[in-house]
Design a protein. Sequence first.
Length: 244
Amino acid sequence: MTSDISTEIRRADQRFRTRTEWLDSRHSFSFGPHYDPANTHFGLLMVSNEDVVAAGTGFDTHQHRDMEIVTWVLSGALVHADSTGHSGMIHPGVAQRMSAGSGILHSEKSDIARDVHFVQMWVVPDTEKITPGYDQLDIGAALESGEQLVVASGMPRHRQESAISIRQEHAALHAARLTPGAATVSPVAPMAHLFVARGSVELEGAGVLGTGDAARITGADGQRVTAGPDGTEVLIWEMHATLG
């Protein structure tokens, strides 16, 4: 590691929280009525919400514009339907992206059989008012290999390896599902956002992070990420630009 690295640890219990009869949502950044002018984004990442939606309930039809929305399910199944005619059910191991573009209506509901637990992440697009779009791909089998995968990317160098694409040429989402003691490394990038979706890790130079903890790394140069005694699942955004 170089001396230019700066790592800010955000613990799970520091996040904003929204609770209703059917939703338990934790927000890494300002979201809805929760606002902190010092915590609106990191790099190009505007939203990182960890949601648990009760069985048979969910988000009714609502609109988004000019946002790349990536959803990663941890347990259960999430049913998607949108105004472009796309529909589908996503479960753990399925990468999903919705490009809101010039405007899209969609709904997200839990399967009626059980609660759904997922992380939803929003990054700003590099081009506004594009035609809305949707994509999903099951990468569960590849994830079980323990290798770090490029889940979603708009970066030219990931064109052949990314599971799904996003309209942001300066950002990519990586995921790794690691067995106890196994390791991966953070991407080399001006900014990297590491979220521990499950289990725990030891992040080189920063110590132990548990479930729901995140690290905002400036000047990331490939820090080692080692899974704790119960293994881990991590989501890492690589970003080469920022909103300022």
